[in-house]
Write a protein that binds this ligand. Structure first.
Ligand code: UN1
Length: 501
């Protein structure tokens, strides 16, 4: 693959063929750092296209589920290896399409490579159990079965990593997939699936329908999709859960976060400032794990705030392909407006604006969607800027007087994805580990940076109890089948016939 600078045009990927949308409609993907630049033109799909994709996935299912697990694993490993070879090209196109700075785009691709390598090993390790029967001459065991055709609906903020969390384990377990990637990052999705094809994935195992929520909704509502895997907003997640609930369809939801870092007075303050800066402004705050709250002991509040504000003001904004840029653009104009609206809300609520708070429009920045990294001080836990997910480069400092107050503040949101504590006191660390209400807890590290070999997901309104990645990931993508083999040659009634006869 060469570095791409011209716009590409792609139809949907259905059953191994490229197909325009039935309606003939298309949409553009544009560079958020230079909005005039069209990255690609893609099929704008509707229910008819989703029907075709589900039919292709159903046709491919029989052959794929019969393919031995180790062979499926080899194909995934080959895909991960190809991604490794093309990491730089993939990262560059990601920065161009989504905006995150190049070092972070490389990390996003790396996370998918890690996921591929990790899951490929399951091909020779997807164990079932042999369990003793209560009866003589009777064998009992379990095995995994695929769910069938799976719908994957993914966001733009990790345009290769998040699809890899869902699609690699889905196909590893013998499922086939209809994949609806975010409207803002179709090219990343296309390149990811092309690599799977090149690695030897048979036609129809992963089908891509590009488009907006119309296409996503059609995937969720389709009677042929047996399970839905979604990452996105809590509002959309609720709608998906309602639909899947009424259809008795399995659904895995990875939703919002309002993650916080607790900074105790015994913390290494420099380390905490550095962590807060990275957690709040990495990926321009557009991670569901972003550190959007900083819960700081009053004893170190002034020092922490001064250092953080100074470092925030020094961050360099720009096109993420340029060396030396710390923070790239936000994804689109709607998000830019939403982020700024939250600045207004923070000011109206009486929080103190300490840095940023404006759209960045100097020079070349005016060509894209840039927001100056924003820090609020004097925030109370119940303010909207401390409760609602902003998904941008905005963080809120909440002063506290004790560990109890800090933990209570950290837990006082509807979400429970990722929480962290900076402390050098082991007792504080262990209380935090036990008491923080989140799927992920960090000690002396910010709230971002999860690794794929551990479960990823959250408590409360962050999801519906599912986890992605990690050692138990196949449980989400397969069903258990229990098998009993009676070789006694007579009727043996469980729970009734005893062993005495
Ligand atoms: C997300 O923002 O949806 O832990 C995923 C992290 C990354 C994944 C973030 N490894 O920040």
């Amino acid at each position: 693959m060469i570095s791409e600078q011209s716009a590409i045009h792609s139809g949907n990927l259905i059953g191994g063929a490229r197909r325009e949308a039935a309606s003939g409609r298309t949409f553009e993907s544009r560079n958020p750092a230079r909005h005039g630049e069209v990255v690609g033109v893609f099929a704008q799909s509707s229910a008819a296209d989703v029907d075709a994709a589900v039919a292709a996935a159903q046709r491919a299912l029989g052959g794929w589920r019969a393919t031995p697990w180790p062979r499926r694993g080899e194909i995934i490993l080959a895909a991960a290896t190809l991604m490794e070879k093309r990491k730089e090209d993939l990262a560059r196109l990601m920065t161009r399409e989504m905006g995150k700075v190049l070092t972070e785009a490389r990390g996003d691709v790396q996370e998918a490579i890690d996921m591929g390598k990790f899951i490929a090993g399951e091909g020779r390790r997807a164990f079932g159990e042999t369990v003793p029967s209560e009866l003589r001459n009777k064998w009992a065991m379990t095995m995994r079965q695929p769910l069938g055709v799976i719908g994957c609906v993914t966001p733009w903020n990790f345009p290769i990593a998040i699809p890899s969390w869902k699609i690699f384990p889905a196909v590893m377990a013998g499922n086939t997939v209809v994949f609806k990637p975010a409207e803002d990052t179709p090219l990343c999705a296309l390149r990811f699936v092309e690599i799977l094809e090149e690695a030897g994935l048979p036609a129809g195992v992963v089908n891509v329908v590009f488009g907006n929520e119309e296409a996503g909704e059609a995937v969720v509502r389709h009677a042929g999709t047996m399970a839905i895997f979604f990452t996105g907003s809590a509002d959309t997640g609720r709608l998906i859960a309602a639909t899947c609930g009424s259809m008795l369809k399995k659904v895995s939801l990875e939703l919002g976060g309002k993650n916080g870092i607790v900074v105790m007075d015994d913390a290494d303050l420099e380390l905490a400032v550095e962590g807060a800066l990275w957690g709040a402004f990495g990926t321009a705050g557009q991670r569901c794990t972003a550190s959007s709250r900083l819960i700081v002991s009053r004893k170190v509040l002034a020092d922490f705030t001064d250092a953080l504000v100074g470092r925030t003001r020094a961050l360099r904004l720009g096109d993420g392909v340029d060396e030396g840029v710390d923070v790239g653009p936000v994804i689109n104009e709607t998000q830019l407006r939403r982020i700024h609206r939250y600045t207004e809300i923070g000011v109206e609520e009486g929080a103190r604006l300490l840095a940023g708070g404006t759209v960045a429009q100097n020079g070349e920045l005016a060509q894209g969607f840039f927001y100056n990294p924003t820090v609020f001080g004097d925030v109370t836990p119940s303010m909207r800027i401390a409760q609602e997910e902003i998904f941008g480069p905005t963080t809120a400092i909440i002063p506290v007087d004790s560990l109890d107050e800090a933990l209570a503040a950290a837990n006082s949101t509807q979400f429970g994805l990722s929480l962290s504590i900076y402390t050098n006191d082991l007792r504080h660390a262990f209380r935090a580990i036990h008491e923080l209400e989140a799927g992920i807890v960090y000690v002396n590290a910010p709230t971002i940076g999860a690794e794929i070999q551990l479960p990823f997901g959250g408590t409360k309104n962050t999801g519906n109890g599912h986890r992605e990645a990690g050692g138990h990931v196949l449980d989400e993508f397969s069903e258990w089948k229990s098998i009993y083999i009676d070789y006694s040659g007579r009727l043996q009634r469980a729970q009734i016939d005893t062993d005495e006869q």
